[in-house]
Design a binder for this molecule. Structure first.
Ligand code: 13P
Length: 260
């Protein structure tokens, strides 16, 4: 368990699974197995655990899970609450379906859909309007890292994507180096500590005590074999997990890093 680095307030970590565009009905059993395992473990798990399935599964997962406290989130939302936006999902719809959070600004959305910091900023506000916690993703590309621009890029994404006045309850930051996503590569622990430290400074500088309590997740090739090391880094308050969240066994192996 990470304590807030100001040293006073404990931060409850979050292990969140991002299923991306994966998950047919048959995959429900994996998510429900996670919920079952959480129910069995009870207080022994010192972290919140969430799965963000595709939008098609948010309602059914919300309705069937919860025994073990499994939380359900969406993967993206539109900034509007309704209207002529074919194929999009409003945050109000996710909330109505039982989600308590939504990922915004994932690098795959930024790359595939041209999402800018300004758009992500609007989505964070929209998530809050609907009562959802926004999980705001930031992270540099390999080119940016090699050019020594990591801290600048992440700082700019934080400034542009996170609106003023947010709280530790309605925002979570996920640092996901683009080059670490789905590649099996992870930054060194010093690199993670440096970026998370900068993110913490940014958040506490802007939001004071709230900023000291906002959770900062690490994402990018987290798996059971590296979870203990990554989750033990200062200012890492949990994980955003892609591939390894699809199977209950792997995902629970990561949650295990927080077993007391
Ligand atoms: P992987 O865990 O598959 O690298 O994906 C990370 C990610 O993008 C989570 O949002």
């Amino acid at each position: 368990m990470n304590e807030a680095d100001a040293g006073t307030t404990p931060i409850r970590p979050l292990v969140a699974g991002n299923w991306k565009m994966n998950g047919l009905k048959a995959a429900l059993s994996e998510a429900l197995a996670v919920d079952e395992a959480l129910a069995e473990a009870g207080q022994a798990v010192g972290a919140d655990v969430m799965i963000c399935p595709p939008a098609t599964m948010v309602m059914v997962l919300s309705e069937l899970s919860g025994k073990g406290g499994l939380q359900v989130g969406g993967q993206d939302c539109h900034a509007n609450s309704s209207g002529a936006h074919t194929g999009d999902v409003a945050p109000e719809m996710l909330a109505d379906a039982g989600a308590i959070a939504v990922i915004v600004g994932h690098s795959e959305r930024r790359a595939d859909h041209g999402e800018t910091d300004r758009i992500v900023h609007e989505k964070v506000l929209a998530a809050h309007r609907a009562g959802l916690t926004a999980i705001v993703c930031v992270g540099e590309t390999i080119g940016q890292r090699q050019a020594g621009l990591t801290l600048d890029v992440v700082a700019r994404q934080l400034s542009g994507s996170i609106p003023d006045g947010v709280t530790a309850e309605n925002v979570i930051v996920a640092y996901e180096p683009v080059w670490a996503i789905g590649t099996g590569l992870t930054p060194g622990t010093d690199d993670v500590e440096q970026v998370h430290g900068m993110i913490r400074e940014h958040l506490s500088g802007r939001f004071g005590e709230e900023g000291r309590r906002i959770r900062i997740l690490y994402g990018g090739s987290v798996k059971p074999s590296n979870a203990v090391e990554l989750m033990g880094i200062t200012n890492v308050n949990g994980a955003l997990v892609g591939g390894a969240s699809l199977m209950a066994k792997d995902f629970l192996g990561i949650v295990e890093a927080y077993r007391g």
